[in-house]
Design a protein around this ligand. Sequence first.
Ligand code: PGA
Length: 273
Amino acid sequence: MARKPLIAGNWKMNKGTVAEAESLVSDLLKALPQTDGVAAVDIAICVPFTVLHTVNAALGGASRIALGAQDVFWKSAGAYTGRISAPFLADAGVTYVLVGHSETRGRFGVPEPDFNEAILRHFGDTDAVVNRKIHAALDAGLIPVVCVGETLTERESGSAEAVVRLQVEESLTRVSAEQVAGLVFAYEPVWAIGTGKTCSGEEADRICGVIRSTIHALYSPEVAEAVRIQYGGSMKPDNAADLLSYPNIDGGLIGGASLKAADFAAIVAAAHH
Ligand code: PGA
């Protein structure tokens, strides 16, 4: 059974004003074919909360680009200042939501010397939090894109596989086989995000394979075959075709290169092969 690749842009905290978002969407609509090969690749853009409605309106119902959000809180409503719930996202037209991106995960127990970049990046998501967010997204009819990946220290100590396997196992607590088959995973080695350092295609494929075999062991071969697993981390027009040619890599989660319409369109084109 062939899995349909998903190319998803993650704008992060960029293009969050109406004018910026409208301009990038307008460029994307021009750069991406709206008819050719539409059936072969799914496309999404995960945008800041402030422009979800703007982007939804700018895409219009007929666009092949799906709307995505970058995070979600697991409660549906209540006294949770600053949080955004899954039903709010569904109402805003969202289809996909990133869950457990390394920039929202926590590194509890690691002493942080200062109020530095490390603190700014880590919102404290643990695997248990990721699991709750997955359930909340599924309950609201959203498709979670579950991000996993090891840090440089974890890779250097030889524990990349074990770290990723544990993240997958813990995030899937009480998630049914049917739900898992519809999920998207993104393998994003933390050391390759925004650094220009890409994981080799071979190694990215190997770890995506570890994710697939973990799902096989937890569920069944059929569920493992159905689930889509993206690679993310410095994917660009010049390395996308290679990364996307591997059997276990079903698309990409694109940060920096999703902010330029031509680059994003080139990566989408690379996924058509
Ligand atoms: P990058 O980000 O493509 O800029 O490395 C990927 C991500 O964090 O999703």
